[in-house]
Ligand binder design. Structure first.
Ligand SMILES: NC(=O)c1ccc[n+]([C@@H]2O[C@H](COP(=O)([O-])OP(=O)(O)OC[C@H]3O[C@@H](n4cnc5c(N)ncnc54)[C@H](O)[C@@H]3O)[C@@H](O)[C@H]2O)c1
Ligand SMILES: O=C(O)C(=O)C[C@]1(C(=O)O)C=C[C@@H](O)C=C1
Length: 304
């Protein structure tokens, strides 16, 4: 599908892309670059990339697909660095969790004749670094393709076919809409998990290690999410500021309403609220939209 693919930033997403590309046989040579010597050495040691280069420009020379896999806040600098070697007809894409900020940071560095097609695979784990990737990460996951105005249709379709070969389902989305949707489904939930784990840690002296020892599944999931890469998430909140603040504002209002209901002993309010949220979850399962759910494919119990 592409003769030479360059991966810039060799962490969870780039390494998963490499193994998925090898599984699918969709790329000729895959070159890679990471900022630190240690990461480049690890990549060489584990056979991550056909060739690991010492500069981003060297990795991108002659590439017909370049994928920026660095934290969102580093995308602009990397784009400036590789600009001189980008050949007409090549595609530059990225995997950043925020799209408007990446378009603004990278777009100005894309030379005439080079296709710039941002994308965001909705797949990840709390792990990071070159050894954390695996070929199946994108299987049956969405990858949101966010073409900029004037993007070449054939280049977009080629990138979509590429991601589909890596196991993903693709859909196109406008950048601002993407950032709002992700603020709801990913960014704010991460912030809530970080906060909850912080609260538990504040209580550590009272509860000792019992917080973790006896933690139920919900809190354990919070601690998993709160173990995600701090640089990546710092950049997500700094670059998706407006949408995240909007959703956080709404979240806080709902939380205050629930807090008040608890204080006032308003059981009806609580029951009504939880009935409503349960119906939302069941709707998702019934629509077949959560294939990871343990109850996926089973008929939901109506009156449990
Ligand atoms: N982890 C997830 O769940 C997930 C999911 C989808 C998209 N993303 C996005 O993918 C991108 C990469 O995330 P990841 O999880 O693979 O992160 P990661 O921390 O595993 O890897 C990032 C890599 O980029 C390198 N790097 C950082 N700054 C750099 C710079 N200036 N120049 C060159 N290399 C640099 C790091 O050393 C590291 O090797 C981020 O933009 C993130 O928002 C992450
Ligand atoms: O499963 C996880 O660990 C994730 O948080 C992955 C997750 C998410 O679903 O929120 C995180 C950030 C991304 O940009 C895309 C996916």
């Amino acid at each position: 599908m592409y003769n030479r693919v360059a991966l810039i930033g060799l962490g969870l997403i780039a390494s998963s892309m490499f193994w998925a590309m090898k599984r699918a046989g969709v790329a000729g040579e895959v070159t890679g670059y990471a900022r630190s010597d240690a990461t480049r050495q690890t990549a060489r040691d584990i056979g991550l990339c056909d060739r690991v280069c010492d500069t981003a420009a060297e990795a991108c020379e002659g590439a017909d697909l370049v994928v920026l896999c660095v934290p969102v806040g580093a995308m602009g600098d990397v784009a400036a660095e590789i600009r001189p070697v980008l050949a007409p007809g090549a595609t530059v894409s990225d995997v950043g969790s925020v799209k408007r900020a990446v378009i603004e940071a990278v777009g100005p560095h894309i030379p005439e004749g080079v296709h710039f097609i941002p994308a965001h695979p909705l797949a990840g784990t709390e792990q990071s670094g070159p050894t954390s990737g695996f070929a199946e990460l994108f299987d049956n996951r969405w990858n949101l393709i966010v073409p900029v105005p004037g993007s070449d249709e054939a280049a977009i379709e080629r990138l979509e076919r590429f991601w589909q070969a890596l196991g993903a389902n693709t859909e196109r989305m406008d950048a601002d809409h993407h950032d709002l949707v992700l603020a709801v489904t990913s960014h704010t939930p991460h912030l809530i998990a970080y906060t909850m784990v912080g609260v538990a840690d504040d209580l550590r002296r009272v509860t000792d290690s019992e917080v973790i020892k006896y933690s139920a599944a919900g809190f354990r999931d919070f601690t998993r999410i709160a173990a995600s890469d701090p640089t990546m998430w710092r950049d997500v909140f700094l670059t998706n500021k407006d949408a995240t603040l909007e959703i956080l504002g709404r979240f806080t209002e709902e939380l205050f309403a629930l807090q008040r209901a608890i204080r006032m002993g308003d059981g009806d309010h609580l029951h009504e609220y939880f009935t409503h949220t349960r119906a939302i979850r069941r709707g998702i399962i019934e629509a077949g939209q959560d294939t990871d759910a343990p109850d996926f494919g089973r008929k939901p119990k109506r009156d449990a």
